[in-house]
Design a protein around this ligand. Structure first.
Ligand code: FAD
Ligand code: UDP
Length: 394
């Protein structure tokens, strides 16, 4: 076997390590993925009928304040001027999110100034003054007051987590933004945008090097194919970005995840919502939000179908084995279990666990790239430099 490095998972973590390995050491990299495409959860494809770029595993918006990451990603793609904004339909009316002065004035049919709105919310939030909110319900009320909490947060959260908010940790909405001005930009990062030619074109450019060999539809645990765990571990450095509990055959138990089911709807109209993301915080709508992909890319209007559009509704639920694991549930029990797996992982010979599945963490794309760049520099580079198979060292 002639590989210098085997990478399990062609998501952003694996792609970044592959790109860095070739660039800095000239290593030969075998990059596998069980799916039939690269890009992991950030993969997208173009819908033939509408021309929309569909984010296959849920809407992905790139944003970062990290200069190193921004410079790195810009080597492989330009970004559009897209700025993320979200709206919510509540009892037949559309409101801007995150909760801001526009939301507050529309909700209370008022024309409060910033100071008046702040005083009103403080008064309404005062019902739990002096207590330390222990659950999401109390946290929500003490941040924004009961009326706004019940309209925009309570039922949305219950749908998303399939759990009553009074049984969820307050930490989920610790950073719930409330703005006493009309700024309804969703992210506060320095840079944001969408890849001009789409996510997949960006990812293809990252690994456009003949020393990176991609093996799709290839399961690392399938011993009938050559790039498998039994054949490789201990013989060649492995970067593993699949689920950490799966690597150890679930021997200590299973980590819990939430998954999302997507229901596609097609409409014979050019624009259905007039925006890319519409949240549905009411209990009588079974989905949490709907994504109208065409509206992420208004700059492609000329190449899109002006008469048709496609929308994906999102239904959230607990993941079973075999479902796509999307959001770590992260109960105290999960944290303990993960720490036990982490100890096992640390004793695997030259296997490096990374990415969101390998470390049981929710990461945004920019965080995964940053973590891969750092881990490559600190942990992988020294090993590749002394690997006997690598001829072309820096
Ligand atoms: P992944 O992308 O999950 O890649 C891991 C890869 O490993 C997968 O392709 C998988 O098929 C492969 N694999 C697993 N097991 C095996 C095996 N046995 N053999 C071979 N291959 C295997 N981030 C943002 O910055 N902005 C957003 O708006 C955003 N929205 C999101 C929305 C949703 C619904 C979700 C779930 C995530 C979102 N993210 C967003 C986060 C983003 O998806 C992740 O940060 C990023 O994709 C993680 O990359 P990764 O390489 O760690 O993992
Ligand atoms: N949330 C809410 N109403 C909304 C949007 C978000 O109650 O309209 C809450 C909900 O508890 C959710 C959390 O805020 O779990 C984070 O939501 P966000 O959309 O920022 O994150 P994502 O679902 O993309 O992880």
């Amino acid at each position: 076997m002639n590989a210098d490095l085997v990478i399990v998972g062609a998501g952003l973590y694996g792609l970044t390590i592959a790109q860095q390995a070739v660039e800095h050491t000239g290593a030969t990299v075998e990059l596998l993925d069980i799916r039939d495409h690269i890009g992991g959860n950030a993969y997208s494809y173009f819908d033939e009928e509408t021309g929309a770029e569909i984010h296959r595993y849920g809407a992905h918006l790139f944003h970062t304040s990290n200069r190193r990451v921004w410079d790195y990603v810009n080597r492989f793609t330009d970004f559009t001027k897209y700025v993320h904004r979200v709206y919510a339909t509540h009892q037949g009316e559309v409101f801007p999110l995150p909760i801001n002065l526009g939301t507050i004035n529309q909700f209370f049919h008022a024309h409060y100034t910033p100071a008046e709105a702040e005083a009103l919310v403080a008064k309404q939030a005062g019902e739990l003054a002096g207590t330390d909110p222990e659950n999401l319900n109390d946290q929500g009320i003490s941040l924004i007051g009961r009326p706004l909490y019940e309209a925009f947060i309570k039922n949305y959260t219950a749908k998303q987590w399939q759990t009553d908010p009074s049984e969820l940790p307050a930490s989920i909405i610790k950073r719930l933004p409330v703005r006493f001005n009309y700024d309804n930009r969703y992210f506060k990062d320095t840079w944001e945008g969408l890849p001009t030619d789409g996510y997949t074109a960006w990812f293809e450019r990252m690994i456009a090097d003949e020393r990176i060999h991609v093996h799709l539809s290839t399961d690392f645990f399938d011993a009938s194919q050559p790039w498998n765990k039994k054949a490789l571990v201990g013989k060649v450095p492995v970067i593993y970005t699949g689920p950490v509990d799966r690597y150890f055959d679930y021997s200590l138990g299973e980590l819990q995840w939430r998954t999302v089911d997507f229901k596609e709807r097609r409409y014979d109209e050019g624009d259905h919502f007039g925006c890319p993301v519409m949240n549905f915080p009411d209990a009588d709508v079974p989905y949490t939000r709907a994504i109208e992909f065409k509206n992420f890319n208004p700059e492609r209007r000329g190449r899109q179908n002006a008469e048709k559009t496609v929308v994906w509704e999102e239904y959230s639920r607990f993941a079973q084995r075999g479902d796509e694991p999307y959001y770590p549930i992260n109960t105290a029990e999960d944290r303990k279990l993960y720490n036990d797996y982490k100890k096992l992982a640390e004793s695997e010979p030259e296997v490096f666990f990374g990415g969101r599945l390998g470390t049981y963490a929710y990461y945004d794309m920019h965080q995964v790239i940053n973590s891969a760049l750092t881990s490559f520099e600190k942990r992988i580079l020294p090993i590749l430099r002394k690997n006997p198979y690598t001829n072309d060292l820096v």
